[in-house]
Design a protein around this ligand. Structure first.
Ligand code: HSE
Length: 423
């Protein structure tokens, strides 16, 4: 039987979930995988423990884990980039394999970490970094290995998805929905990462790197969050037959790759439109398989702990098989957002007066933007009303120039809402 001697970094929400899962299911894991998990030491800086752990396991000194002579596997659940990076690199240098749930760390410093792992012939598993309990990393690394990946369309931030679902289905306002997501343990310690798209961008950086076998740069991913979405956008989108979702997208486009996170209009009948609450879904198109959908709980203690512990079992099995580990190599070139082609939703705030639509469509026409649908609900002469326009496929650069010009017209009040549509 393969025995893993584990050092745990962090005993917060996910860390305590991992600890108790290993305690509860150790027998089952050993039966299913032939691997026994033994926790040797736990470093926790806060000591705000919600679970009872034997005192002799605990330390506040991280070095007693990452340099411990009897530990062969470090499970990193501190989160954040610094000083966690330093601990992970020390663990690798000290001959430990690493399991982590840390998407920010991998997206921003993956290159350095993977190089270090290769240099010291160590393994790194990170199933819990994307999609909580959904085995999408293993799916990409193993299950889809014969495919050239064409595209990934994903809902990978549970907090944003929960907020948008609550706003859509129950009419909740943004702040109340965010508070509920925080109470349920979905949100990051800094929820700006959730609602402004940073968390989803970290995750799509990891998926893009695995899908294309080259390291994507987190900074190349175009990011827009959901904080500017209003109830009226959800209602107007609904009238046109769309739902608004925070999508993280990576796709092949010509000889490059597009990678972006954005609130997106998707048709109500699209398979991702019904992914609600804290659920995540990752729709991957491979050239051999066609579309493959991964769906499940993308956040929360139990699903995430399940992914971490499954990595430990996989790691134990991989050790006996002595299979070499594949890491992304080189850099993935991501196209600049200004070059992408998309359909758009515009909500202009305009003064309701004759000829106003003609003026706006004139500017759009000058930038070769073709309109597919228009609605103006309210009739309030001389007052500000929303005017909604949907376009056919156009280039982002043309949209930016046109909206910049329109926002400066005297009949237009406030900043235009611009959302992209994916069919
Ligand atoms: N804050 C993340 C989310 C947790 O809401 O999806 C899981 O990574």
């Amino acid at each position: 039987m393969q025995i893993l001697k584990i050092g745990l970094l962090g005993l917060g929400n996910i860390g305590s979930g991992v600890y108790s899962l290993i305690k509860r299911k150790n027998k089952l894991i050993a039966q299913q995988s032939g691997v026994r998990l033994e926790i040797v030491r736990i470093a926790d800086r806060s000591r705000s423990l919600g679970i009872s752990v034997p005192k002799h396991l605990l330390t506040q000194d991280v070095n007693q884990v990452v340099r411990h002579p009897h530990i062969d596997t470090v499970v990193e659940l501190f989160g954040g980039v610094q000083p966690t990076l330093k601990f992970v690199l020390t663990a690798l240098r000290s001959g430990k394999d690493v399991v982590t749930a840390n998407k920010a760390l991998l997206a921003e410093e993956g290159d350095q970490i993977f190089r270090m792992a290769e240099r010291f012939d160590r393994k790194i598993f990170f199933e819990a970094s994307v999609g909580g309990g959904i085995p999408v990393i293993q799916g990409l690394r193993e299950g889809l290995v014969t495919n050239h990946i064409q595209s990934i369309h994903s809902i990978i931030n549970g907090t944003s998805n929960y907020i948008l679902s609550e706003m859509t289905e129950r009419g909740l306002d943004f702040k109340t929905a965010l508070k509920a997501a925080q109470q349920k343990g979905y949100a990051e310690a800094n929820p700006t990462l959730d609602i402004e798209g940073g968390d989803a961008a970290h995750k799509i950086t990891i998926l893009a790197s695995l899908a294309f076998g080259k390291m994507a740069k987190f900074k190349d991913v175009y990011v827009e969050g959901i904080s500017a979405i209003r109830h009226e956008d959800i209602a107007f989108a609904n009238e046109f037959g769309y739902r608004i979702k925070l999508l993280a997208i990576v796709k092949k486009s010509g000889d490059g790759v597009e990678a972006r996170v954005q609130p997106t209009l998707i048709p109500k009948h699209h398979i991702l439109a019904d992914v609600n609450g804290s659920y995540n879904a990752i729709l991957i198109r491979g050239d051999e398989t066609g579309d493959v959908l991964f769906y499940g709980k993308g956040a929360g203690q139990k699903p995430t702990a399940s992914a971490v512990v499954s990595d430990l079992a996989t790691l134990g099995k991989a050790r006996s098989a002595s299979s070499p580990m594949r890491f992304p190599r080189g850099h993935l070139t991501v196209k600049n957002i200004s070059t992408i082609l998309s359909r758009y939703y515009f909500r202009f705030q305009v003064i309701d007066r004759p000829g106003m639509l003609a003026k706006i469509s004139d500017v759009l026409g000058k930038h070769h933007i073709s309109i597919s649908d228009v609605i103006q609900k309210e009739r309030r002469t001389g007052r500000v009303v929303p005017l909604i326009l949907l376009t056919h496929g156009v280039h982002e650069s043309a949209v930016r120039r046109a909206v910049h010009a329109i926002d400066r017209m005297p009949v237009v009040r406030g900043k235009t809402q611009v959302l992209r549509i994916e069919e």
